[in-house]
Every structure is written in C-alpha cells, then in structure tokens.
Design a protein around this ligand. Structure first.
Ligand SMILES: [Zn+2]
Length: 414
C-alpha cells in the first residue's frame, strides 16, 4: 500500500511539515503562535491553495480551507481537521496526520469531481496542545471562547494570549467572530494517531473512537511543619511528604480497586517545600487527574480521593486542603458517523477496534455543535508527545483510505 502514489503524496507533505519547528534539543517544537507555528500554518495555507481550496484564517487563527459544493456558497460543510502545533519536543504526527490526511482526501475528492451538494473543508485548529489553556481554537470555532477569557489567558512562560494573537495578526477582541453559525458544520471527522498502545497490541490497523474520556484535575496541599531533620524525633514530626506519599500509594490502590477498564488516575505533579535534604518537608503540593469514559466517575473518584487524603493526613499531624482545578465531561462521538467510519474500514478490508480516547481532542469540542467522530491510526510502541512518535507507513495508508471512503460516502448524500 505504500506504493500507492497518493499515499506517497501524504508522506511527502508530512516530511515537508517536519522541516518546520525542528528543535535542536530534540523532536519538534511548534507552540501556538510561535514563529514555527506561524510558519507551519502559512505553509499549510499554501498547500491547500495549490490543492484548489479557498483558504481563510478565522478570527482566532484557525485555518479553514474550503471548497464549495454544488449547492453553492453558504451550504453546510463536511469537515476534516486536527492541529499543526506540537508540545515542546514533540513528534511529527500528533495533529499533523489529521490535517494533512484531510488535505490529501480533499485533493482526491477535487481531482475526481466527487464533491457533492455540500462543501468540504480542511481545518487546522490553533493551539490544540494548550499553550494558552484547553483547546482554545476549537472552543473559539464552537462559540465557547470569549474575548474576556482571551484577555485573561497566559502561557506557562508568561506570554499573554492576546499579545501572541496580535503579533500573529489577529485581533483578540474579535475572537467571537470565529464562532460558526449553527448547522455550518454538517459533519466533522478527525483522523489522529492513537497515542497509546492498544491498537498495536490488538493487531488492528484502525480504531474508531466511541467517546472522549472526561476528566477532573485536582490540587492537594498537605501542610505540616518544616523542622530540623536531625533534631526532631520521628514521633514528633509533622512530615507533609510522609502523608503525601502514603496518600499517593493508597490513591493508586483505590483507582485499581474502584475504577473500570478505562479509568486512569495519575499523580503527575509534586512540589516539596522547602525541598532541602536536612529539613522535614513542611508542605507538599500534589497535582492529580482522573479520567474515565463513564459519565460521573471521574468526579466520584475525585471525591473518594479527597476523603482518602483527609483520612490519611491527620495520621501524620498534617492538614490537607483539596481544590478541584477543572472538570471536563465525557463526550460521546456521533454514533452515525462512527458507524460510517466502521463501514468504511470494512470496505478497506480491515476490522476496526472500537475504543475510547483517553486524550482530549478538538473533536470533543466540535461535538457540542456538530456531529463528530474520530478515527485512530496505531502508534508504534504507543509512543507520543516525544520525538519517537511514529506510525507504520502501511497503517497511514490504511487510515487515509478509510477517511477517504467515509468522506466519499458523505459527499454522495444528496
Ligand atoms: Zn493531537
């Protein structure tokens, strides 16, 4: 299948994009609105125009590359999309595969005069990787990013989103104009790498996403006393780290015992104060997140974690305060579009695996305003958000063929 000249065209585009944002420290770094990100979007605009698409930036900076259908301007669009930005030192396929496969499918539809009544679009969402908050590009397009929020958002390194947008030529006060009118998106399909090991382990070349996992994020603050490590007897300490460590261990046990097959509980952030070898830790800030596709479960397990921490902390003479930082509900993918993708995969000779997505995606945001579905390609070794991120070229060709098949069926609907 790698001999298919049109799959080769996608591989060439991926290789071109991979020339942009190469990081001397490893992998690719295209943070939203950075020079590399701007270069990638400008390059993509050029490729889309060469393919015969009409290209515009919306008010947030998302690229909308469109070809009108037979019903003429203003008709609803069949949209393929993903993102061109990366995490720091990320890989070459996260987001890029979905945008460039969408472009290749658009080319094929144009070349074979297969576009039906409705328009087709390829969308590159800005800042999927959340340099400035959670999925602001797709939130802007779905009418859920206000100018007030834009004015507040800052990157971790202190850059204001409004300043970054202005530097790239966008007026942050006009972000509301990025919202698409109701019904403008007839269907949204996003091809993405799985970013996990499930498809590879199952030996399946294609995954159809059932739902995008909901999540809650929490910050726990264990407060003890920073005493001398040499003079304070063990029984007289208020060791915040001892309490936090006991909690971390019990938290994992609780997730394993009370969660389901798709539950994920992670403590990924820890800050010790004063963080010195000869001082009893007086304070520990700990960040955790819980994800699950079952509605309500992340919140319920978060409440259990709070109860657990409150039971453990006093055993160490420590107090604990828990704050929920954010919560995102589980988003089901459109059943009709998921069935369409399943049929398209079978037409291409492969039996897809249905699976939830533990990672968030623009499809989960667009699903609030349009039918949306996702197709996963296997990630070699499950690796992602790292320079080693890769997908077998044959699997890329299969995913491209499935996306094309699904789009042809949608285009054929009168
Ligand atoms: Zn992505």
């Amino acid at each position: 299948m790698t001999d298919d000249p049109r799959a080769a065209r996608l591989m060439q585009d991926l290789a071109r994009l991979a020339d942009i944002g190469v990081d001397p420290a490893g992998g690719w770094t295209r943070r939203a609105f950075s020079p590399a990100d701007v270069e990638a979007h400008d390059w993509f605009c050029g490729r889309a125009r060469e393919a015969g698409l009409e290209v515009r930036f919306d008010a947030f900076g998302n690229v909308v590359a469109r070809r009108e259908g037979r019903a003429g301007p203003g008709a609803p669009a069949l949209v393929m999309g993903s993102h061109l930005d990366t995490v720091p030192n990320g890989g070459p396929l996260d987001g890029a595969l979905g945008v460039l496969a969408g472009l290749e499918v658009a080319r094929r539809l144009i070349e074979t005069d297969a576009i039906g009544m409705r328009a087709i679009e390829v969308v590159a969402f800005r800042d999927e990787e959340g340099r400035f908050g959670s999925l602001p590009g797709s939130r802007a397009m779905s009418g859920r990013l206000s100018a007030e929020e834009v004015a507040r958002l800052k990157s971790a390194d202190g850059v204001a989103l409004a300043a970054a947008m202005a530097a790239a030529g966008f007026d942050p006060a006009r972000v509301g104009e990025a919202a698409r009118p109701p019904g403008a998106i007839a269907a949204y399909l996003e091809l993405h790498i799985e970013q996990g090991p499930v498809l590879e382990a199952a030996g399946r070349p294609v995954g159809i996403v059932t739902a995008i996992a909901g999540q809650t994020r929490w910050r726990f603050d264990f407060q003890g006393a920073p005493d001398h490590a040499g003079t304070t007897p063990m029984g007289m300490r208020r060791d915040a780290f001892a309490a936090a460590a006991r909690f971390a261990d019990r938290f994992r046990d609780m997730i394993l015992a009370e969660g389901g097959a798709h539950t994920r509980g992670t403590i990924g952030f820890l800050k010790l104060t004063p963080n010195a070898g000869n001082v009893v830790p007086g304070r520990v800030q700990l960040g955790l997140e819980i994800r699950d596709v079952e509605a309500g479960r992340p919140q319920a397990l978060g409440d259990r974690a709070v109860a657990l921490a409150e039971a453990i902390a006093p055993q160490f003479g420590v107090s604990v305060a828990a704050a929920r930082l954010n919560a995102a509900p589980t988003v089901a993918m459109d059943a009709g579009l998921a069935a369409l993708l399943t049929g398209a995969a079978r037409d291409c000779g492969c039996e897809p695996l249905s699976l939830p997505s533990g990672a968030g995606h623009d499809a989960g945001i667009i699903a609030a305003v349009a039918p949306a579905a996702m197709l996963f390609a296997p990630s070699i070794g499950g690796r992602s958000h790292c320079p080693e991120e890769a997908t077998d070229h044959r699997d890329v060709a299969v995913a491209l063929a499935v996306l094309e098949r699904a789009m042809r069926r949608l285009c054929a609907v009168p």
